[in-house]
Ligand binder design. Sequence first.
Ligand SMILES: Cc1cc2nc3c(=O)[nH]c(=O)nc-3n(C[C@H](O)[C@H](O)[C@H](O)COP(=O)(O)OP(=O)(O)OC[C@H]3O[C@@H](n4cnc5c(N)ncnc54)[C@H](O)[C@@H]3O)c2cc1C
Length: 121
Amino acid sequence: MIVPGHAYEVVPFRHLEKAMENYDVIVLGAGGVGSAAAYHLARRGAKVLGIDQFPGGHDRGSSHGETRVIRQAYFEHPDYVPLLLRAYELWRELEQEAGVDLLRQVGLVQIGRQQTLIRKA
Ligand SMILES: Cc1cc2nc3c(=O)[nH]c(=O)nc-3n(C[C@H](O)[C@H](O)[C@H](O)COP(=O)(O)OP(=O)(O)OC[C@H]3O[C@@H](n4cnc5c(N)ncnc54)[C@H](O)[C@@H]3O)c2cc1C
């Protein structure tokens, strides 16, 4: 994958040794997390190589699928909240750069039995 305007490339694993001579950073695994890391490094000016065992957009990783949920209501710990707010900003930035609608904000209802973590939160 080459991101227009950014030095971000994914090559087959067998070319790794040669590729290591030419890149600042190599990200192994180009699913959602690896792709985001590679993309943001490339935006900061690093020459980045993403390596994956399968072709881009494959259906054999956790990131495969049409939709994902993101939410601000995290009952695990309040420290999550600033990270989540930043994630919303970054999704909006990515939408603008890609020219594609990616994030649809809707309401959220979480339901749990009394005394469970969700109810206490
Ligand atoms: C069904 C499902 C629903 C989910 N729903 C949500 C949700 O609603 N909200 C949410 O926030 N999260 C959700 N998650 C979790 C979220 O999707 C994952 O945490 C996230 O996609 C993980 O991304 P990843 O890049 O770490 O992993 P992956 O997308 O699995 O990427 C890992 C990549 O590494 C490559 N790789 C692995 N080993 C090697 C190797 N040895 N050499 C080369 N390449 C390798 C794989 O081929 C793969 O492309 C869901 C997960 C699943 C499975």
